[in-house]
Design a protein around this ligand. Sequence first.
Ligand code: UD1
Length: 433
Amino acid sequence: MARLIINGGRPLEGTIHISGAKNSALAIIVAAALATEGESVLENIPRGTDIGTICLILRNLGVEIWFDDKGLLHVKGQTLNKFQAPYDLVRKMRASFYCAGLLLARLGRAEVPLPGGCAIGSRPVDYHIRGFTQMGAEVSIEHGFMKAVAKRLQGTQIYINRASVGTTINLMIAASLAEGTTTLENAAKEPEVVDLAIFLNGMGAKIRGAGTDVIRIEGVDQLRGIEYAIIPDRIEAGTFMCATAITGGDVVLKNVVAEHLRVPIVKMEEAGIIVEKGINELRVRAPERLKAIDVETTPYPGFPTDLQQPLVACMCVAEGTSVVRETIFDRFRYVDELRRMGADIKTERETAIIRGVSQLTGAPVEITDLRAGAALAIAALAAQGETELYGVDILDRGYEHFETKLRALGADVRREVTAEGSDLFEQGYPIEV
Ligand code: UD1
């Protein structure tokens, strides 16, 4: 049982390095296993536990995968030989469903557990499955698994509902080795999709249009491993921008692509935050007091749902009333925890109305999902007194060295691991990678 203890009230100051994008890394690591020649050497892979989980799944499928002592991830797909992904690992993370695209493309057969519901609402994979079916796979759902077979996937035209990021990624992976051309319409335009396309093209794929809503993938017979550096994590950057803003701080973020944060920066400026753009870096300075703003989450290039929670944390202490509309997921469960810290928030379906208070107060709170964890930590940094954050393992899934980075900026954060009663509980699943 680990928890973070944060004593609020210290302005964040200094410089931090933003890690590689978790969501890009998850897609690219799976795509790297498409290669049947050479090895991929991946740079900027963040070391959150989600990354460990995807690596372990691939290793279970026969892929050779390891981190070297410089932190570079090596992936050799030649030995991929199992088509059933292990439930115990897949259930931990929705992105593990990308293995379905990989296995169908490489082995013509995939048995992958359906990801369950999660703390941000029901997250089905029906769009992914419809895409595989349209590409000629025979798909059945049996005993909680998606079982699919296809001698070789066939290129076709697919309309992706709701511009789903995961579906776009899974179908790009699948289509890279398909016969003929696959056209993805209403494709996601997120930078992580573009990063994946650049990586796949480097491996020998023929993908055009990534970053627009029509992506064309001309299938090829073989892909080879390459060296590649993942883009910086725009969500981690946005999270630290919020943390700086709420504490009245002044922080330089290194390794940032400002273009990927265009709308969040506009919204933050509207809230009074001063953002200076440099080459691959941003300087963020907080105003005397934040101003309330209205925000709606939408697919890229709109305001990202993954920054909704960190932003709401900031709005809790802003001057005035903010209205935040969440259109992608059911993502307001965490506001109960913010209320325990003194926030004044009302939610009605997909809308949250936040009346800024002058001060939050520290409290024991529970992390309900990854970005909620970031939001609660941000609130805690500004709160008066001590906040105990329970469920830190959720935060560890997607943020590399979270508390170390905060400490480097002057925050009073420590991690406590309780061994009390450990003889009464079984050990958790070890992450070996
Ligand atoms: C990805 C990101 C996540 C981000 C989200 C939206 C990764 C690993 N995760 O999640 O951080 O918050 O994009 O930017 O990259 N949907 C269906 N059926 C499907 C697929 C999706 O109904 O088969 C729905 C979802 O429930 C959601 C919407 O479509 O309401 C968009 O989801 P999607 O873009 O697919 O999100 P993820 O890829 O899961």
